[in-house]
Each structure stands twice: as structure tokens, then as C-alpha cells.
Design a protein around this ligand. Sequence first.
Ligand SMILES: *[C@@H]1O[C@H](CO)[C@@H](O)[C@H](O)[C@H]1NC(C)=O
Ligand SMILES: *[C@@H]1O[C@H](CO)[C@@H](O)[C@H](O)[C@H]1NC(C)=O
Ligand SMILES: *[C@@H]1O[C@H](CO)[C@@H](O)[C@H](O)[C@H]1NC(C)=O
Ligand SMILES: *[C@@H]1O[C@H](CO)[C@@H](O)[C@H](O)[C@H]1NC(C)=O
Ligand SMILES: *[C@@H]1O[C@H](CO)[C@@H](O)[C@H](O)[C@H]1NC(C)=O
Ligand SMILES: *[C@@H]1O[C@H](CO)[C@@H](O)[C@H](O)[C@H]1NC(C)=O
Length: 505
Amino acid sequence: MHLSLLLLALSSHAVGSAIQIPLVLQSDTTAPVTSIGKELVSSEALQGDIDLKNLEDRANHLFELAKLSVDDYGHPTRVIGSKGHLATIDYIYSTIASLGEYYTISNQSFEAVVGDVFESRLVIGDQVPKSASPMSLTPPTSDKQPVYGPLVLVENDGCDQADYPSHIAGAIAFIRRGTCTFGDKSALAGKAGAVAAVIYNNAKGSLSGTLGEPAEYHVATFGLSSEDSEPYIVDLQRGKVVNASAYIDSIVEKINTTNIIAQSKEGDAENCVMLGGHSDSVVEGPGINDDGSGSLTLLEVATQLTKYRVNNCVRFAWWAGEEEGLLGSDYYVAMLSAEENWKIRLFMDYDMLASPNYANQVYNATNEVNPTGSEELRDLYVEFYESHGQNYTFIPFDGRSDYDAFIKHGIPGGGIAAGAEGVKTKEEAEMFGGAVGKWFDPCYHQLCDTVDNLNFTAWELNTKLVAHSVATYAISFQGFPERSSVESKVLDQTASMWHGPKLVM
Ligand SMILES: *[C@@H]1O[C@H](CO)[C@@H](O)[C@H](O)[C@H]1NC(C)=O
Ligand SMILES: *[C@@H]1O[C@H](CO)[C@@H](O)[C@H](O)[C@H]1NC(C)=O
Ligand SMILES: *[C@@H]1O[C@H](CO)[C@@H](O)[C@H](O)[C@H]1NC(C)=O
Ligand SMILES: *[C@@H]1O[C@H](CO)[C@@H](O)[C@H](O)[C@H]1NC(C)=O
Ligand SMILES: *[C@@H]1O[C@H](CO)[C@@H](O)[C@H](O)[C@H]1NC(C)=O
Ligand SMILES: *[C@@H]1O[C@H](CO)[C@@H](O)[C@H](O)[C@H]1NC(C)=O
């Protein structure tokens, strides 16, 4: 069966017609069908194929696609559900489809929750605390009207129904951050009858995050800084009555959106190197760095790879709904059977590769707390930067991007980034150039994340790094640890404050 298919495919090639039969070839001695006459990929060759001009053209095109959302959103964006995002998915799909027979492409559609807060106001006593900010995916207050009630202090961290006193019914719950997610607190407050909830920070500074997946009892929920909340806590502990009013006009709705997956037809399909970036942006802007840069790098590397033969399967993913809480990658991994999970030898995350005030950030993915192999991948990146005479820093591997579901399901993971909202230190400015005391990406999650927001020096280098990582594992997994489990050995991940770009607890 296998042999006859192969012969059929070879003979159809011999007469020069297009080959339609998706073949999985597992033996090195058989000639790969779509790559007859092609050389085995090498890191040097694939890096040499990276042309900045192609990336630049793609970035300009992506910005045009983001503009398709202007009628509906008033500005360019590629948020899921928008015309800009639908066009982005079309662009990725049609680019891969135009490469002919090299890849098998699939669309994976799933339902995603999106939300928007149009207006909000929190008044406590006779003051409007400056730091009050509505949580993402918060429901509106009842009838989208202001609600009134006394502020009631919840005991402990409000993670247990018993922490909510009975007189919280009809009141506004005042809950300390910590121990469980914002979503859990909101639902427990709602179940106890609170008309709204305010979660105050347990550390310095303001608090904004997301309630995550909607739940039955979620109520309208704000975050508040520790500084703003302190006087009220003191008053409430002294038994004083503090009245408050809360108002949120928002929507939370379900839409369908799509992951795009492209896998090389050749290469050992039992041993795949997988990499991904996210196709969507936040609602606030066009997301050309976040994650236009990573998505386009993947598209360009996928395009250049077709010049070569591979020994191992290469699988590219463009995730949707990353900005809403890693929805696409979570869905993808959740849908994998154990058998399919096992075929993925590692997952490499490429999110934000061209930050204007960049640093070469490598996720500090160690084998100690992540699936074995994560550290070997981390070290591949380190060697890459070192061999290019570049500095690098380690940053936390803490659940803020699409690698999360992979490492929680036993798949080694890692990646690099050029930096988001962190502030560049003096030492980092010495290592990478750029401006001290400013964000790595001053346009992070904003309208100004346009083509002008890209640092092309960083983007070119990081695209070569991606090419290097793909070529390395497409050639061989020799020396790379075997998969050992489809379960997580990550113990402290459940306590992570992040699941995607927003705080969840
Ligand atoms: C997959 O999605 C692309 C892009 O939206 C679309 O053009 C294509 O027809 C879809 N293919 C299938 C099989 O649904
Ligand atoms: C709080 O509101 C209640 C009900 O409207 C009112 O009776 C009470 O006087 C208010 N207390 C304060 C301190 O404003
Ligand atoms: C998503 O697509 C599925 C299948 O086509 C459909 O049954 C479902 O109603 C859609 N959901 C939404 C929110 O449009
Ligand atoms: C990297 O992670 C390991 C633990 O997994 C830790 O010991 C080490 O200090 C971390 N390095 C940096 C630079 O954060
Ligand atoms: C690496 O960092 C050091 C300072 O720690 C700096 O002197 C050197 O120039 C940097 N190298 C590059 C290539 O930027
Ligand atoms: C990229 O960043 C480097 C280092 O900060 C800087 O020297 C260079 O001018 C930047 N290039 C562009 C095109 O922004």
C-alpha cells in the first residue's frame, strides 16, 4: 500500500503533473516526492535566504489589512472577529497555498469569547478613584445602569464562598487580590448576591486584568490600586459605612475564529518540530510588531523552506485569540489525542520579534520545571546569539504566550522575544543599545504599533534565529531528549499570575 502510493506519486512526477497525493515518507532511503533534486536544508542556507525586503513588504501589506477594520472600529486593528483579522487569516492561508504541494494546510475553527467595555465608572464615598479599571471580559452592571450599595469587605482572599458574609447580597464586594483568579472571585461575589465587585491590589500599583472565560455568576468587576483602596479598608475595618456606585457598559460575546496550521508533507511525521506565532492583535491597534512580526517571520521562513528537503516534519501554526487569553493554542493542544501530542517533539514560540527598543530575550525555560528538552532549546538560542556576537537576557517563562498549553501537556517549549512593556535598564542599554528607562516596545498594545514601530535590525536577526531553529530540528533530533510524558511536570504553573498577556490573578 505504502509502496504503491509512492510509485504512483513518483510516476506522476515523472510526467510533470502536480502531485495531489499527500504522502508521508518515513525512510531516508526513499526519494522525497515534492523535493526531488532538492538539497537537504541547512541552517546556513536557510538563514542566507532571509531577505529583509520581503519582511518589509509583508509588514506594509499587513498594515493595509489592519486598515480594513477602520469602518467598524474607527482605527486599524486585527482583533479577532474584525475584517482586519479575517483578512490576515486569508493572507496566511493563501500565501501557504501558493507554495504548491509542499505543505498540508488546515483551518481549525473554534468559538472564542470577545469583550469590549464602552464606558465605566466607579464611585466610592464621594470620590472617583483614579486607578479604577474595569476587568477585561467583565459583564455589564445590571441593565447597563449604575448600581448602588455599601462596600463590603470580603474575608481572606475571597477564594471560598464562606469568605463572603450574608450581608453582601445587594452590596459591592471589596476583595483582596491573591490565591485564586479574578474570575473566581467575581463568580463567588456574584453567587453571594453582590451587585458588583472591586478587587484591590495586594502589591503596589494599579490592577488591571481579565476575568477570563465567562462564568455563570460573574458580576461587573473593577480592579483598584492598593494606594487607592487603603483608606477604605481602614474605614471598613473600623465599622464605618462606605457607600459606592459602580457602572459598566460592556458586551461579552462568542464568535468563531480560526487557527491556521501548515505541515510539511515530507519529513518524518512521527517527529515534528512545531513553531507558532499569533495572527491576531489587540483591539487597540494594528499589532504589526505584536505579533505581525512573528507571524510574518513564520510565513517567510515557511516560504523559503520549500527550496529544501527536510528529514523531520515541520509544522507551522498561526494562532487566533492569543490576546484574549491564548485561546487558539489552548484549543489546539486540548484537541490533540495522546498519539498526536506525542509526535510533537518541541514547540517554539515567536511572539514580538522586532520591538523598537529591543533586547534579545530568551525564555528561561529550564528542564527543572518544564518538560525535558526545553532547556536544550533555550541553549540553542543562547548559542545562536553568542555565535552572532550578540548579547541576550533570560526572561521568565511564565505563561504569557502560546507555549503555555504545550508545556502543560508535556511538550518541551521555549522561544524568544524582543520585548514588550518592560523597562530597559542601564545594563540592557549597554548590551543592546536603545533608550534607558523606556519600554522595549513603547507602542505595546497601542494604536502606534505600526510598521514604523519595527526595528528591522532586530527583526532580521531574529528571523535568522527562527530559520536556524527550524533547520536544526528539520535535519535531526539527534541529541535532543525523547518525549517522556503527555502530562505536565510543571508544578508551579497552576499558580502563574499570567495566562496570556493579561493578569488573571
Ligand atoms: C480555510 O480558511 C481560508 C482563509 O479564510 C479559506 O480561504 C479557505 O477556503 C478555508 N478552507 C477550508 C477547507 O475551510
Ligand atoms: C449609605 O446609603 C444608605 C442607603 O441609601 C443611606 O441610608 C446611608 O445614609 C448612606 N451612608 C453613608 C455613610 O453615606
Ligand atoms: C461557530 O460555528 C459552528 C459551526 O459552523 C456553529 O455551529 C456555531 O453556531 C458558530 N458559533 C458562533 C458563535 O457563531
Ligand atoms: C532560570 O531558571 C532557573 C530555574 O528554573 C533559575 O534557577 C535561574 O535563576 C533562572 N535564571 C534567570 C536568569 O532568571
Ligand atoms: C554586549 O554587552 C557589553 C556590555 O555588557 C557591551 O560592551 C558590548 O558592546 C555588547 N555587545 C554588542 C554586540 O552589543
Ligand atoms: C534598531 O535598534 C538599534 C539598537 O537600539 C539602533 O541602533 C538602530 O538604529 C535601530 N534601527 C531601526 C531601523 O530602528
